[in-house]
Design a protein around this ligand. Structure first.
Ligand code: BG6
Ligand code: MG
Length: 213
């Protein structure tokens, strides 16, 4: 089927915020005396804020909902400090060009990020005008790896999921794309994203012509 739309993840695909999220979670885990490292962080990628916190806390019973919300807010404050000075220079090389390739080809473009900070980031990096739609993760019943965010992207663009490409750096994201019935372009390594339909090492390698079904 001819490609008619693309749904981009943000963190780790268009900009290096995956590192910023990691550093903020690491700070929180350290403050609680909970072991956390980059390997454990892999499972958090693409997972929403409270879901990520649940993965860090595991089955520790000491944290009720109010406490969990406080911890999540603290992590977000640290994350906001990390991205306070973000601007266009913080886009990965080739990120704007990838979006422009899609526009030039007449494709619908959606942002399918689990991050509630995504609108702020694309505004600061001055690429907000390149998106036809930004899906609000707060409006969805379930986060990645559920397909909801990618199905919402297809619906708002008016494109059948089978004619959509999803672009992701996280295993949970690739799973969500496939569950939505789309093809998945993985950004990273084949080892990290074994199920992606195509793999590129970084967004600068984005080549739309290669992803038609
Ligand atoms: C995803 C990131 O894009 O957004 C996760 O990969 C992050 O690491 C999630 O936890 C939620 O982000 P936020 O900004 O709403 O806490
Ligand atoms: Mg990501």
């Amino acid at each position: 089927m001819t490609l008619k739309g693309v749904a981009f993840d943000l963190d780790g695909v268009l900009t290096d915020t995956a590192r910023a999220h990691y550093r903020a979670w690491k700070k929180l885990a350290d403050s609680l005396g909970i072991p956390f490292d980059e390997e454990r962080n892999e499972a958090l990628k693409g997972v929403d804020r409270m879901g990520s916190l649940a993965l860090i806390l595991g089955d520790r019973p000491a944290y009720d909902l109010t406490e969990r919300q406080r911890l999540a807010a603290r992590k977000n404050d640290w994350y906001l400090e990390e991205i306070a000075h973000f601007g266009p220079a913080d886009l990965f090389p080739g990120a704007r060009a990838a979006l422009e390739q899609c526009r030039a080809a007449g494709l619908g473009i959606a942002l399918a990020s689990a991050s509630r900070n995504a609108p702020l980031l694309i505004a600061r990096m001055q690429v907000a005008d390149l998106f036809d739609a930004v899906i609000d993760p707060a409006s969805l019943a379930a986060g990645k790896p559920a397909p909801d965010i990618f199905l919402a992207a297809a619906a708002v663009l008016g494109v059948h999921p089978a004619a959509m490409l999803g672009v992701e750096d996280a295993p949970a994201g690739v799973q969500a794309i496939h569950a939505a019935g789309m093809k998945a372009l993985g950004v990273g390594t084949r080892a990290a994203l074994p199920d992606a339909d195509w793999i590129i090492p970084a967004i600068r390698d984005f080549d739309l012509a290669a992803y038609s079904a």
